[in-house]
Design a protein around this ligand. Structure first.
Ligand SMILES: Cc1cc2nc3c(=O)[nH]c(=O)nc-3n(C[C@H](O)[C@H](O)[C@H](O)COP(=O)(O)O)c2cc1C
Length: 174
């Protein structure tokens, strides 16, 4: 089973703590059937190489979209990526390129999990806030599986980060 990890972090190599740590733990496994792609580095200035993205997606059985939560959503490049890559005639509207593949989100949030509850500060659950991705998966015939979340990153301890990295590796390589 081949896994494609598409990472959308504008500061993956110059500012990220949590996503960089998760990816370092994954890369340390040296799994040959896992490809990690830093999308901001691969597509500078929001100029997306759609043909390359399609090629990578077509070869994958599982697709991971990984990003830090920005304003209760994804960083901007992921939205642009969706708009360009999930194309009519390729993924829907007569196209079936993504059908049967698995889609999993990996999301890190600065705020702790308790704020993302109906009765929490934000009054919205992560499932609600991430639901557009679930509906996209439905639309293109992908199987949307439970997201992997690392929450409360602004106060995460070293031990918690180490545990999160281990859990992340298990979630990606299972
Ligand atoms: C522009 C911006 C917007 C953010 N918006 C949110 C948000 O809406 N909710 C939240 O919990 N954290 C938010 N954060 C915090 C990031 O999610 C957090 O710093 C990130 O997940 C940590 O991962 P990293 O160490 O890989 O950067 C935001 C951070 C930035 C820079």
């Amino acid at each position: 089973m081949s896994t494609l990890v598409l990472v959308f972090h504008p500061h993956l190599t110059d500012g990220s703590t949590v996503n960089a740590r998760l990816l370092a733990a994954l890369e340390a496994q040296g799994e040959s059937d896992v490809i990690v792609r830093d999308e901001y580095a691969a597509n500078p200035n929001f100029t997306i190489d759609v043909a390359k993205e399609h090629e990578l997606l077509e070869a994958a059985d599982r697709v991971i979209l990984q990003f830090p939560f920005y304003w209760y959503s994804s960083p901007a490049l992921l939205k642009e990526w969706e708009d360009q890559v999930i194309a009519a005639g390729w993924a829907y509207g007569g196209g079936h390129a993504l059908e049967g593949k698995e889609l999993k989100l990996v999301v890190t949030t600065g705020s702790e999990a308790a704020k993302y509850r109906k009765d929490g500060e934000y009054g919205r659950t992560m499932d609600e806030l991430l639901s557009p991705f679930e509906v996209v998966a439905y639309k293109v015939g992908m199987t949307y599986v439970k997201p992997f979340l690392v929450q409360g990153t602004s106060t995460i301890s070293e031990d918690e980060l180490e545990q999160a990295a281990a859990d992340y590796v298990s979630a990606i390589i299972d």
